[in-house]
Design a binder for this molecule. Sequence first.
Ligand code: DGJ
Length: 719
Amino acid sequence: MSIVHLRAGGVSLVLDVTGDRLPVVVHWGADLGDEPDEVLQELRTATQPQPFGYPVDGPMPVSLLPEASAGWPGARGVTGHRAGAAPSTRFVVSRVDHAGRDAPWATGVVVHAGDDAAGLDLVLEVEQARSGLLRLRATVTARGDVAGTYDLGGVLPALPVPARATELLDFTGHQLRERAPQRLPFAHGTHERSGHRGRPGFDSGYLLCAGEPGFGARSGEVWAVHAGWSGNQRMHAERSYHGVCLLAAGELLEPGEVRLAPGESYVAPWTYATYGTGLDDASARVHDWLRARPGHPRTPRPVVVNTWEAVTFDHSLDRLTALADAAASVGAERFVLDDGWFGARRDDRAGLGDWTVARDVYPEGLWPLVDHVRGLGMDVGLWVEPEMVNPDSGVARAHPEWLLTAPGGRAPGQARHQQVLDLADPGAYAHVLGQLDALLDEYPIASLKWDHNREIGEAGLPPSGRGAVRGQTLAVYRLMDTLRSRHPGLEIETCASGGGRVDLGMLSRTDRIWASDSTDAHERAAIQRWTSLLVPYELLGAHVSAPVAPTSDRALPLDFRCAVALFGHFGIEWDVTEATEAERERLAAWVACYRERRGLLHSGRVVHAEVPDPAYDLHGVVAHDGSEALYAWVCTASSDTWPPPAVRLPGLDPDRTYRVALDGPARDLEGVAARWGVSLPWVDAGGAELPGRLLAEVGLAMPVLFADRAVLLRVSATS
Ligand code: DGJ
């Protein structure tokens, strides 16, 4: 075999597997069609660069795990050493297996290789989903017949992108402002994003994209990588003067964290890679793959009411039952009891880690509340933070040896008055599993909100402080998997002070993400837009906050708060007992709107128009059969232009005719323009009816909106 062509979902990956070198990418991008091997071999020769100016004579094959032995002077795919020896690799391929895969995967290749000098064996897997999404994983094994340990520095798969990808997009941010986009030129050198946070972090690079200049939601080729890993991460874009442009993503290891004894293996997390014409296309490949997984949530996503912003630590039964009554009256379907129900947790200074119901607050256990909530027709969710403890807790006092420590046995600095439990310790793991299991056995809990409120930083294994994040991350995965297998149907929402742990490793075992602790719809509009690059709306928790958002003190109209939460897994984060009758009626109308539209919102293609005016955004969901769509026209700043020009409606079937009308409880275009008696001709005419081709090419005039207002457009095919 000399060429492998993985081809699915409109994407081709052509690998050169000639000779004994690790695979080299000939093409990653648009589908090349069903070309015979001879043509692809010809393509390989035709695209091989002139071997000019390389560090070593001859060609420089930069493989999926780039190696110095091939002449590559940049970041290496596998780093490590044996007591200082063998600091770089020369893997020799012994076998390449290329075969189909079970859905949602389509095809894949497994490469077996070894390096005698380093005493390593390598298995490199490359898989392609039916959607076109790719993923790569390397397993490195220290040979059993070679004495001593191999100190692994890291494994970082890399994929090349064409030189015309001259612009980068990735993400940064902080708590309450996760996944803020940043664009920069893809210049010579390395743009590196890494973090020792014990989780991807609020500022995680998230999806590192390289694209043609000015690539947008619908235009420009774009290639992107993501580390499917919930611990320390590393990703980079590297462009060398040789014209090689690489995107890499994987796990970041601490020095000494992985030391492979003879026969031991390190299995790297999956690196995901997507491609598209425009970001919508690239993210659709991720969404389609997630949605095709057997375990993807397929039941209607229930309207959640979460207690955190409503009651914080005030868990009086009367208050909670009143909240449940009010929430049920507007149509809530799931009641999530947040922090404060357990141990001595009357504030955030004590009790964390003691997962038994606080008898001083709930003398009869959770049953009176659970019965009340279920009597109202809602199911029950429960907040937990299994990886953490307050030093002032029963578990930390009884087992101080279970806490991660800084080097030399020092206590790491506290964050939110908490420390990290070493879940890789069998005793600690059994303790947490036992307590959570007992709760899930006793109560009919439909979902856990699984929080993670501090970074791990320098904390490591006691007493040396040796890097512990990898073991901790694997233990958390195991804990989630075990609880889910023991309690079929249990859903898990991942939260890390909001959206500090959003990655495809976590999403493989959770059903919802809490995208941000910001419930301010103005902030949320941006946070959700960029989070949805990877996360489809059914997995993206989005709640309607109080009229003045507690996280920002910003007052926002109810219709806007609801319209933003609609494009997600809708919920309420507001003490609705304090809402006026009119507010409750309006909220109930929005809940009904969500319940009616969630089938479309949670299955359709997520699309964004390329709107040049930064004040406005138009996003939506289009049914896969092209029969209907729902768009939101959203304003978050004051525009310097009015009225807005026609905006193209993306994603419609060009060959069908559609009727467009304003939709949702706020369909009467209330606002300043309406008060001035200025309306929109097509709205006055009772809607517009046009071919999809014209709506997509020419567009539709949009209403003037002022900041923090939104309208919905319902689009239905009439032919
Ligand atoms: C941080 C979360 O993001 C909040 O929603 C809430 O659950 C608190 N933790 C509880 O301590």
